[in-house]
Ligand binder design. Sequence first.
Ligand code: MG
Length: 325
Amino acid sequence: MLHPHRRTVLGGLILGGAALAGAGRAAAGPAAPVVRVDDSRLAAIVDPEAGLATLYAEGRWCEGPCWAPALGGLVFSDVKADRILVLGPGPAPGRPATVRAPAHNANGNTLDGQGRLVTCEHRGRRVVRREADGGLTVLADAYDGRKLNSPNDAVLGPDGAIWFTDPVYGITEPEEGIQAEPEQAARRVYRIPEPGRVEAMTDVLDQPNGLAFAPDGRTLYVSESGASLNPEGGRAILAFPVEDGRLGRHRVLAELEAGVPDGLKVDARGHVFAACIDGVRIYHPDGTPLGRIATPVTAANMAFGAKGRLYIAASHAIHAIDLKA
Ligand code: MG
């Protein structure tokens, strides 16, 4: 229960906000809703009236959000600021704490089967696991005797292995890593069955980026972000059947008209969430666009948290919105 004085103060803030919003409407028209509906089935995923909270807005390029209660809440990377931070749980988490800095321009994060943080490093050109004492174990830093490009995003596979993408952004984009010539002939999706063992799963993408498995583990979705470096490149979400631990022939789940898809996540019912230039787009597993959670600037990645909360990393900010979990 709220302290009576606190309730008065909160009431005053809400009234003040309404007055300001009213003044703004007169000049600029009604504020656009955060949730944009393309298909009525979206209402079963997120309330069309839901709002977007901003939990943090002091980053340079936030990425790799990962719900990690053992580390204190929502872990995320600030790629350009070269650090990994953690925001406490709850609606007003306060200032983030540092998990690791410098962090080799860390990007994507995920948890392994034992809840340990697994991180893709641009500058380190490797995938590492954080141990209980804070030490790092290198899971992957080479394939076929040559350095990886710059691991971007990772996910725990249904086979217990860590799967990751290896585009070139960390060796081509000056603020996101280290300038270097690629040693690999392709930008692949790999899996790590055990530390130091790296298996190539596909090389059909130009710049593979986000990745996520369907709940039954029989489909792997991967973002093709080639258009970010080459106007003729792809901007699509591909769906690969997983057959006996191998990837079959892919289909195109969705193609974007602008920007590129970055991080991907799949909810318990199989809906695909994709971080895009205009927010988080949500697709039915058959590819039907259901709608979008609009973000003020380009969304990079997402994480599902406790109690149906979706966290969104978008440029300098971390946002949150409540889903109908
Ligand atoms: Mg990415």
